[in-house]
Design a protein around this ligand. Sequence first.
Ligand code: NDP
Ligand code: 2IT
Length: 445
Amino acid sequence: MDEELQEVYDQVLRRNPGEPEFHQAVREVLESLDVVVRRHPEYHDQAILSRLVEPERQIMFRVPWVDDGGRVQVNRGYRVQFSSALGPYKGGLRFHPSVNLGIIKFLGFEQIFKNSLTGMSIGGGKGGSDFDPHGRSDGEIMRFCQSFMTELYRHVGEYTDVPAGDIGVGGREIGYLFGQYKRLSNRYESGVLTGKGVTWGGSLARTEATGYGTVIFADRMLATKGQAMEGQRVVVSGSGNVAIYAVAKAQELGAQVLTVSDSSGYVLDEAGIDLALLRQVKEVERGRVADYVERRPGARLVRGGRVWDVPCTVALPCATQNELDRRDAEALVRGGVVAVAEGANMPSTPDAVETFAEAGTLFGPGKAANAGGVATSALEMQQNASRDPWSFSQVASRLEVIMEHIHDQCAQVAEDYGRPGDYVLGANIAGFTKVADAMLAQGVV
Ligand code: NDP
Ligand code: 2IT
């Protein structure tokens, strides 16, 4: 990093103590920008980076609610409105016990560049809570969501900030959040949230979009080496929204998917994951991967294990941040991996990314590979604005074009900067440049 970038990073460390994931996300972007600031001194002159690493607004609030036993519970809510240079803040809400301000800031920071790559006029933000939805009843989830929105509603809006789902937040939660927003605001403002049910303003294919998009991205990367998803041996981590539809798309394209996982361990199913059973267990019953294994002859549960030990040619991390470290990357490389596409946000540690680079593994970083989810959220906003719902195939084909465009953009920019095949560099620079130029045009705000 050049001296001025290093100063920006040192200031981030000083100003945001105890937030290692945020530091990690910022560092990765800054490391890609050396070559850019050398070509564009105006970015330093206008302190674009010092401004970009400081969220425009950070909101933290108390979320009190009453559990089924009549006990009062208290959680903490967050919304970090990171950048509105390209459009209203846009990004998901995560409900998970590991959530803290640093996690939300890393996610919000990544979201800026991801949303820029989609080309769809959306800024970057993220929110959530340390609330743990596991084992909670529907009534508890509803009361929590209502209390969360009772504070959040004053900060969001169709033209201001548009949340959606992430870990622990899916269609059910978006429904409860929307209902409370509507009641408090006395407005049927469809565009305030995305990931809604399709009968009341949601978009077809939004549920599938992130997982589908990740596999389309992997397929495009493979095509640069004259390969395709067809016939690949694929390992997937996670078993939530992103993982399920990554499995679905990989299978549709003719790949063999061997694994899914959750925090208890992973399933190895050499016959290929049974998608219908997986969806029944996870989406309908809200069960665990162990429940899948019980009903699937031949499948094995590896408790506490990591899917990365299973030899494969394509790896799709779709669970959570830093779930794939150097040791895992080395195991994947030994096992013959050709391509890694990140369905999750920042699932690979920096030394895992380095390991893939050294081995010449195709590597699609999350901010490019998983951008299909938020891009389809923007398509949902379009449908809401025009009151004109699109068919599944209309949305899915737009998604395909968007993913191909993101892939080609990253590849092209990497090549322009003399690092062909470096999708990390390509995604960071392509995402950054659009935001930086908008900030220059909009003055010091
Ligand atoms: P879900 O809540 O649907 O599923 C999350 C999955 O990851 C579950 O299998 C969960 O297992 C596992 N998981 C979560 N946290 C941990 C952890 N700390 N350790 C081990 N396993 C964990 O979430 P999504 O599928 O929506 O999100 C998965 C990833 O994709 C996240 O990184 C998210 O930010 C990213 N993403 C999501 C998008 C979306 O549209 N939903 C868009 C782009 C990225 P368990 O139930 O045991 O916790
Ligand atoms: O990380 C992400 O891009 C998401 N969780 C989806 C955000 C969105 O607004 O659809």
